[in-house]
Write a protein of this length. Structure first.
Length: 289
């Protein structure tokens, strides 16, 4: 039984059985709807990951069943990367700077709703998409973005800044009541576990460092509480929007910069808008790569 309320997207009276519906797009859904569905889709990904998969991701690479042991975690990682690529792809979809700026403004509104939902993992995917090299260089586009949207984006970037080991984000996550659904930052979870793993394998005498292994276990066990608190029960899920959020169409990452050059050929040596002091990097697609 699903924890959320499902609603099938209905047809209007003018639709016929033989008519094909227009594919769903960014302009067809409100910012709050999009954020709620992305939040729920990400929670579903999180909820499916078994705790042993985090351990297997780093510590069982030689196991013949390695890919099977971490398949849900791999799916979550792939979903994050897909959202990031989708954000950049949506911005580059239109040919005119004003149209691209309008898409940026809509995406920033979605990101603001994700922040309100404490959907930090999806929020970071959006911020990373905004800072894709093929997007940040679009000078003519960013000049068309409303000042209020730029200020909002700067605030979101500050929250998700990598400075001081994600200090602002860690403080915000810790302040979320434990009775409220929140989704932590996946890439930071993996980085923290990797740090403990790299520095905890064995002592100099070759014996296992059980103290550090206990730290790894405790770190992984913390993630269980995020699976226990589900999104609000009154969220209505539209099947069509949810399907779209789970399979966001995007351009391959390696082609995005070429499309960016087509949209706005190089004519300025400087970036269109200054990138914040923090750096934004994608989650690794696989620990085996």
């Amino acid at each position: 039984k699903q924890w959320y309320q499902r609603r099938v997207r209905g047809r209007s009276n003018s639709d016929t059985k033989n008519q094909k519906r227009k594919p769903l797009g960014l302009s067809d859904v409100t910012s709050s709807q999009f954020a709620r569905h992305l939040h729920c889709a990400d929670f579903d990904m999180l909820a499916k990951v078994e705790l042993h998969e985090y351990f297997s991701y780093f510590c069982r690479k030689k196991d013949p069943r390695y890919n099977l042991l971490k398949r849900h975690l791999d799916n979550w990682i792939s979903h994050w990367n897909r959202v990031t690529a989708w954000v950049a792809s949506e911005i580059l979809r239109d040919e005119t700077p004003r149209a691209r700026a309008a898409r940026i403004e809509k995406l920033i509104e979605i990101a603001k709703h994700l922040k309100q939902l404490f959907s930090f993992n999806m929020l970071y995917a959006f911020v990373t998409g905004f800072n894709h090299c093929g997007v940040s260089r679009l000078k003519k586009t960013w000049e068309q973005v409303k000042p209020g949207s730029i200020r909002a984006l700067n605030d979101l970037e500050e929250l998700m800044s990598t400075l001081e080991n994600f200090r602002q984000y860690r403080r915000r996550l810790a302040s979320v009541p434990r009775t409220v659904c929140s989704i932590p930052l996946l890439s930071l979870i993996l980085r923290d576990i990797e740090f403990l793993n790299v520095n905890s394998a064995k002592l100099k005498n070759g014996l296992w460092n059980f103290g550090k292994l206990r730290l790894i276990k405790n770190k992984i066990s913390e993630l269980e509480r995020y699976k226990m608190i589900k999104p609000q029960n009154n969220i209505q899920i539209d099947d069509e929007i949810m399907a779209y959020c789970r399979h966001l169409p995007s351009t391959p990452s390696e082609k995005l910069y070429d499309i960016s050059l087509e949209r706005e050929p190089k004519d300025q040596p400087k970036a269109a808008r200054p990138i914040s002091a923090s750096s934004f990097s994608s989650v690794a697609t696989s620990s085996s790569s």
